[in-house]
Design a protein around this ligand. Structure first.
Ligand code: UDP
Length: 570
């Protein structure tokens, strides 16, 4: 199996099975075999044991060829005692001490197993409201979020990976202004991403310059008014300052709520790509688009036959995950199996565009995004319908928006995940993001420098006889290829990095993928450090106009420490 050095480091540290002394007791190949066997075994319940070994081989091939990878918890936990396989959960937070601390306990159990949790705090009464049993006053959603945050901090030491949270508050909650500001200090509430839950009514008030009403979550009575534009500006300014809060469009999440009879969707998972009902979980998986290309007469093209086969096997795989998963709570087991949501997505999009010679920031790339994602969602649904013939539709199918149509095994099929770790394992660009920087210089401890070059760029420069360490250092220092004249213009045109792509094209790309994705798209719209508040406002409005389900932005250098830096030596 071809696996990169960084990939091996990540796998050895967290993914490979260990003995009681912490020593790895499996190889990378054995890990994929463990996962393939565990997931294929679910077929025995439907079509007998005869086909399980062959299916396991297919799953094994697809993973070891780096064509498809399931989300991290599946790689870490399948075929092991813990057996918790999902990355995404949403938990309800009710307006009582019992319910609040129950949610904290449930989240701790999920974090321990490598899953991330999303919560809406909108049901909690406002700060200052009366507490009947004590005669005291309530401390409000933001103060309880701090408790959730501390619990996450404590659990993260012993868990499989850092627990992540999403915190959402509706725009009409009386504490909304405090919420917008709650991460003003970069050291605060660091285990949460926060998003304001925006309604259609609010967006209309912004467009018309009207006031809107704040509503008491308990009585549903209006308790005040705010100027919609002022609040919108406050959100935008705060996001410009340090990237938070993001926004999510609640009415759009609920327009695509497949089973409205089960209640409203009020939150997503931590990175925003997976809207879920309370107690639902979802397992994700991503196809590496770099390995879905064919080369004909020296030119690359998308291999739709191979992509179609991979989508079908991936949907089969993810549906099986639901069966073999060991859920951290009985409620989650029941709720998840009623809708059987899965989230198949892609990674390596930017690298694939480079092979195709299409710049990320072009309308051709945006059109191709639609074509590829439409194909994946259509093929994925077709496979879900095939599975339903043998296994039955998801139990709430007749109550769903699809009732009366072709039975489906899964209420949703597609989601675009960030693929933070999966893309390292596969050695490709993450999710549908542009490449952040094509060359990094790493300082190794003994003072030597290690040059890390994006594999697609390396291949193309080498083929043209242009590759040199000196040139790589120049690219690393500049952060972009765009102003390096010794690189031919046709290469510079295609190898655009995140900061070469305008916020407009970042947003257009997100919208293109969203149009054909059942759930949502994980995407950060990157701004240069000198971007203005108006630039950010424009993107927030544009994401609304183009049909995105939410938006997250980040302005370079706007947080004290950030994971990736451009134009600097790491
Ligand atoms: N996630 C988490 N903690 C992490 C990273 C991810 O809980 O440190 C969850 C979160 O719900 C996120 C989802 O996993 O939205 C998918 O993230 P990603 O695609 O980056 O995960 P990968 O499978 O690549 O590890």
């Amino acid at each position: 199996m071809k696996i990169g050095k960084n990939a091996l480091t990540v796998l050895e540290r967290r993914y490979l099975k260990k003995d009681e002394h912490g020593e790895n007791i499996e190889t990378v190949e054995q890990m994929f075999r463990r996962v393939a066997d565990a997931i294929a075994s679910a077929d025995a319940a439907y079509s007998g044991k005869a086909g399980v070994a062959a299916l396991s081989n297919r799953f094994y091939e697809m993973m070891t060829n780096l064509e498809f990878l399931p989300n991290s918890p599946t790689l870490m936990n399948a075929g092991k005692e813990l057996g918790q396989l999902s990355a995404c959960f949403v938990l309800p937070v009710g307006d009582s001490m019992e319910e609040i601390f129950e949610a904290i306990k449930q989240a701790a159990l999920i974090h321990k197993s490598g899953g991330g949790t999303g919560f809406s705090f909108s049901r909690l009464r406002a700060a200052g409201a009366t507490v009947r049993s004590t005669g005291g006053v309530a401390s409000g959603p933001v103060s309880f979020m701090r408790v959730f945050n501390m619990a996450t901090e404590a659990v993260k030491q012993g868990g499989t990976r850092r627990g992540a949270n999403m915190g959402i508050l509706r725009i009409d909650h009386p504490d909304i202004l405090e919420f917008i500001d709650c991460k003003k200090n970069n050291a605060d509430i660091t285990n949460f991403n926060i998003s304001v839950g925006i309604t259609e009514e609010f967006m209309q008030a912004v467009q018309q310059g009207n006031a809107y009403e704040l509503v008491d979550p308990k009585t549903k009575q209006a308790v005040g008014q705010l100027d919609a534009r002022e609040v919108f500006d406050k959100i935008v300014e705060s996001a410009w300052r340090n990237g938070e809060p993001g926004i999510i469009f609640l009415d759009r999440l609920n327009r695509d709520n497949v089973v409205p009879s089960q209640g409203e969707i009020e939150s997503t998972n931590p990175c925003g790509e997976q809207p879920l009902l309370p107690y639902e979980s979802c397992n994700l998986g991503s196809i590496n688009l770099v390995n879905m290309l064919k080369c004909e007469n020296g030119a690359y093209a998308v291999d739709y036959d191979k992509l179609g086969r991979t989508v079908r096997d991936a949907v089969h795989f993810l549906d099986n995950v639901i069966d073999v998963n060991k859920y951290p709570l009985a409620e989650i087991d029941v709720t998840t199996k009623q809708t059987r949501k899965i989230g198949l997505g892609v990674m390596g999009w930017s690298d694939m565009l480079a092979y195709l010679g299409v710049p990320y920031n072009s309308d051709e790339a945006v059109a191709l995004a639609r074509r590829v994602m439409e194909f994946i969602t259509k093929t994925g649904r077709a496979e879900s319908a095939e599975l339903a013939k043998v296994r039955g539709a998801f139990p709430l199918f007749e109550k769903s928006i699809y009732a009366g149509g072709t039975p489906l095994r899964n209420a949703t099929v597609t989601t675009i995940a960030p693929t933070g770790t999966l893309s390292i394992i596969a050695g490709c660009s993450s999710g549908v993001e542009p490449v952040f920087a094509y060359v990094f210089i790493r300082n190794v401890m003994d003072g030597t420098e290690m040059i890390e070059v994006n594999p697609v760029l390396k291949e193309i420069l080498e083929a043209r006889g242009l590759y040199s360490d000196g040139l790589m250092k120049k690219i690393a220092a500049e952060g972009s290829l765009q102003h390096i004249e010794e690189i031919p213009a046709d290469i510079r045109r295609v190898f655009v990095c995140s900061h070469d792509v305008s916020p407009l094209y970042h947003t257009k790309m997100q919208a293109a993928f969203q149009q054909f994705t059942d759930n949502a798209v994980s995407k950060t719209v990157n701004f240069k450090h000198d971007a203005t508040i108006d630039d950010v406002r424009e993107v927030y409005m544009l994401s609304y106009e183009l049909g995105c389900k939410g938006v997250t932005i980040y302005r370079d250098g706007s947080r004290g420490s950030q994971v990736l830096n451009i134009g600097s030596v790491k």
